[in-house]
Write a protein that binds this ligand. Structure first.
Ligand SMILES: [Zn+2]
Length: 359
């Protein structure tokens, strides 16, 4: 009988790669961070592939989907490695990296961060830079500067709080920072009303995003190019609420929303706080019934809610939507199919629809 230990002194190098353990564990959180090819079957998989285990000797790990594809292998039919999980996983990884940097005494080295996240340093660096516009070291420095200023800032307006936190709307740091840069906990109050709305600003493929939640759920998802303008817009939409820059606990909500914005077809698994007149609510519900990849006209929506003459009012309800993409008003187009007005910019609407049509 041949001993199974025969080759134990010639273990393949992959066994020392922390990513191999994640493949063995079918770790879903590794999806989108790397891929692997299997020589014997000629396919490539995502780390969480449910197929039966494969011999590590036949496995090659790839940092990018492109690299896995270049082998000429076929995508696995079971785990569908070409799916949209990459953006979501990468946003999640960048979030975790930001938290690690923020909570460490000194800024961790690239290798320490990559090890903690279970990916290669080069790969981690590229993803972090792509999402934040900064190297991890620069992010750490910026974060610390911000904290100092935060300590000096008292109760102030949202716009001032943004500046107090070391952001400025023209600066690369702010433009490129992503959702995970939780805002300063500086508060401002308006009218002494009791309701608290938490919010954070971030960055997506569609530009800057502001996510805000009440105790009932996500109350606003606003898109734009200028963080200051978004913060003022939020202030206008909830004039009586106390707006509170999000704390660390809010990061999971923001990461979910950003993941959803990057890949709307995956759905948003969070409660929404939808506020509007009875008519607006009917329109918005009808919009939520339009699947990604489809468009309808304003008069279609009017017909669907049983008010065929109310095309104009439907357009008004679309314009009043404060939950971008979650209430997909971008899927409503003119009767002739032309892409018309969008509260968050026609270009953004065009981009959204093109992306949804392609998936
Ligand atoms: Zn697979």
């Amino acid at each position: 009988m041949i001993s199974q230990d025969k080759h134990s002194d010639r273990k393949p190098a992959i066994l020392a790669d922390p990513r191999w353990a994640r493949i063995v564990a079918r770790d879903k959180s590794a999806d989108g961070l790397f891929w692997y090819t299997v020589d014997t079957t000629g396919i490539y998989c995502r780390p969480s592939c449910p197929s039966r285990g494969c011999n590590p000797r036949n496995v090659t790990i790839h940092d990018t989907l492109e690299s896995a594809r270049r082998t000429g292998f076929r995508p696995c039919k079971r785990c569908k490695p070409d799916g949209p999980a990459a953006e979501v996983a990468q946003a999640g990884m960048v979030t975790r990296a930001c938290r690690l940097i923020e909570t460490s005494e000194t800024v961790p080295s690239l290798t320490e961060l990559a090890d903690a996240l279970g990916v290669s340093p080069g790969h981690f660096h590229r993803i972090f830079k792509a999402h934040t516009g900064l190297t991890p070291r620069a992010y750490g420095a910026a974060y610390r500067t911000r904290r100092v200023r935060e300590a000096l800032a008292g109760e102030t307006s949202v716009t001032e709080a943004i500046y107090d936190a070391g952001f400025n709307s023209s600066g690369r740091f702010y433009e490129a920072s992503n959702a995970m840069l939780g805002m300063t906990p500086s508060r401002f109050r308006d009218g002494g009303a009791k309701e608290e709305i938490r919010f954070a600003l971030g960055e997506t493929m569609l530009g800057t995003i502001l996510v805000a939640s009440s105790a009932r759920g996500v109350a606003a998802i606003l898109l734009g190019d200028d963080p200051d303008a978004l913060a003022r817009d939020l202030q206008d939409r909830f004039p009586k609420a106390a707006l509170i820059g999000a704390d660390a606990a809010y990061e999971a909500v923001v990461a979910s929303v950003v993941g959803f914005v990057e890949a709307p077809q995956m759905g948003l698994d969070l409660p929404l706080d939808v506020r509007g007149t009875a008519f607006q609510q009917r329109v918005w519900q009808a919009l939520r019934d339009i699947p990604a990849g489809q468009t309808v006209s304003y008069s279609d929506v009017a017909a669907r809610i049983g008010a065929p003459a109310a095309t104009r009012a439907v357009a008004g309800a679309c314009a009043a939507n404060r939950l971008a993409i979650a209430i997909p008003c971008h899927r409503v187009v003119r009767n002739d199919g032309a892409i018309s007005g969008y509260a968050w910019g026609v270009e953004r609407k065009r981009k959204l629809l093109a992306r949804e049509a392609a998936t």
